[in-house]
Design a protein. Structure first.
Length: 75
C-alpha cells in the first residue's frame, strides 16, 4: 500500500512517530518501539529510515488493523 507521511511526532505526547494517509486520506501510523513490543511485533522502521523520512514523502508499506487503527507493520 502506498502511504504519504503527513505528520511527524518526536515527543512523548503521542505513541506514534509518523501519521500517514493513503490516496483516500485514511489514517495510518508508524508507532514507537514500545507499541510494537507490546504487540509482539518487530518495529518496521530502522534508525536510517527514521532519520530520512519527512512530511510529504511516499512510502510503500504493509498495514494491519490493531486496536481499530491502521498500523504499519512492514516497509
Amino acid at each position: 500500500m502506498r502511504l504519504r507521511i503527513i505528520e511527524t511526532n518526536f515527543t512523548t505526547k503521542y505513541n506514534w512517530l509518523f501519521k500517514l494517509f493513503d490516496e483516500n486520506e485514511n489514517d495510518f501510523y508508524i508507532m514507537d518501539q514500545s507499541f510494537y513490543e507490546s504487540q509482539n511485533l518487530k518495529s518496521p522502521i530502522t534508525k536510517k529510515e527514521l532519520d530520512n523520512y519527512d512530511r510529504g514523502q511516499w512510502i510503500t508499506a504493509v498495514v494491519r488493523l490493531i486496536d481499530d487503527r491502521g498500523i504499519v507493520v512492514e516497509i
